[in-house]
Structure formats: C-alpha cells, structure tokens
Design a protein around this ligand. Structure first.
Ligand SMILES: [Zn+2]
Length: 266
C-alpha cells in the first residue's frame, strides 16, 4: 500500500514540477523514479525530507531571478533540472531507500539519508543565496578573491545559507522521526550537511572541469558550446568531473559523515 501510494505521489509531484517548468522531461521521468523509490520504500519521513529539499530549492532558484540572470551563463544549466541533476541530488537517496528492504532497517541508514539530503539542500541554498552576497567570494582552497559564480568560491552569506539549508532538513527529520537522542542527531545532520556542501566547494576549486570562452573572455561550466555559441576549452579540473558528479559527491559525503560519525560515537 505504501509503495503504491508513494509511486502515485512521486508521479504527481514530478508532473506538477514539469508543468511548472522546474524539471525538463528527462528530469521529470528521473524524479518520478527516484521519488517513487524514496516515498514508496522509505515512507513518510523519507518523503518529507525529499519534498523539503525539492520545494525549498525550487522556490529559491526561482526567487531573485533578475539579480541572478547576469550570473546564469556561468552555471552549466538553467533553472529546469534535467535527469543528471535529479540523479546527482536524489540518486543516492533512492539507493539508500532500497536498503530499507533489509529486515534490520539500521538507524544509520536513516541518518545517511538525512545527511545526504542535508548536504544537497545546504549546497543548493548556498548556491542560490550566495550570489546575493555583498562581498565577492574567496576560493575555498587558496583564499584568493574570485568573481561571483566561480566554482569553488565561498562567501559568509553562502556558508550561512548552507547552515540554514542543513538546519531545515535536520529539523524536519527530527519532526518526522522523533528520537530521545534528538539533539545529537540534529547536530550530526546539520554538521554533515554543512561539511558536505563545503566539500562540494573544495571539488569545485580543484577537480571539477572548468572551461574558458575565448570570445567572451570568461570562465564557465558550459561545454562544449558557450551561451554565445562559441566553443569552450578546458582550463582546469578533470574532464569527467562535471557539476552533476560534484553534486553526487556532495550527497555521498553528507551520507558518510552522518552515518559514519553516528556509528563511531554510539
Ligand atoms: Zn562566450
């Protein structure tokens, strides 16, 4: 019954998001599958975290659109999320949801999922709100001041936004799965989310593939063709590490930290 309800709910949410232009067609299909697994197998608490991430990040990516329009070209993709972005943010969660089919249903599995969702939510909040920072970002690795929108650049505003995004996921997790040890669980989820999003910035500053457009004289994540129509060439990072790979690694780091620290300290 839960599985059927979950699948129907996931299809309805994905269809609404597709209709609202928050998801491309491939993104809608991917969201229906990952959402169906998470809602159907994980149940209400898992569904609550995925929906909190999905709704809050969609609202934030729509907000302040005029101020962000100038930066849109820097990012690899626009506001409509495709299947790669959906799997990068929710793929690990869907995989963990399959783990609930085991009879033991260990506590660390839920914490891994909450940590993964906290990390991707923190990362999305810092990306969407960090662009509003009054001060220019600094590279997380070198501390050097960089242009707004540069992969690997962080600001105080963006880091506080990450803390907010992780805290929201942690709070919703405590609301739907109350536990006598809730303060430590909440702290763990927030820490995992914040560190996961900072890990995302470290990857953005080091191994993520970054390109250069000779026509515009600008750094970009877009490849092979820039928004202006010119070819871009790689200037740093590894070719296969695109934004989706980095986001997936961010969710993996959040999951490993939340589940791992809990296992170490219990
Ligand atoms: Zn260009």
């Amino acid at each position: 019954m839960q599985i059927i309800t979950g699948i129907i709910l996931a299809i309805v949410v994905a269809a609404l998001a597709w209709k609202a232009d928050a998801l491309s067609t491939s993104g809608g299909v991917a969201a229906a599958i990952t959402g169906g697994l998470i809602f159907g197998l994980g149940g209400i608490a898992w569904a609550a975290l995925l929906l909190t991430f999905f709704i809050s990040s969609s609202v934030l990516s729509r907000g302040f659109s005029r101020r962000k329009a100038a930066l849109a070209e820097k990012f690899a993709k626009g506001n409509r999320r495709d299947w790669g972005q959906v799997l990068a943010n929710g793929g690990l969660g869907a995989f963990l949801a399959v783990g609930t089919l085991t009879t033991s249903q260990p506590a660390w599995l839920w914490l891994c999922f909450a940590g993964a969702m906290a990390a991707v939510n923190a990362d999305t909040w810092s990306t969407e709100l960090g662009v509003l920072s009054p001060t220019p970002p600094r590279m997380i690795t070198s501390g050097k001041q960089v242009e707004q929108g540069t992969s690997g650049g962080i600001t105080l505003a963006g880091t506080l936004a990450a803390l907010g995004g992780a805290s929201l996921i942690g709070s919703v997790a405590m609301l739907f799965k109350p536990d006598p040890a809730w303060p430590s669980h909440l702290g763990l989820i927030i820490l995992a989310g914040l560190l996961g999003s900072l890990f995302d910035s470290v990857l953005g500053a080091s191994v993520q593939a970054i390109y250069w457009c000779d026509t515009c004289g600008k750094e970009t994540e877009r490849h092979p063709i820039h928004t202006c129509g010119s070819q871009t060439r790689q200037v740093r990072g590894w070719g296969w590490v695109n934004n989706d790979v980095v986001n997936f690694a961010c969710s993996l780091m959040g999951a490993i930290l939340a589940g791992g620290i809990w296992l170490l300290l219990r």
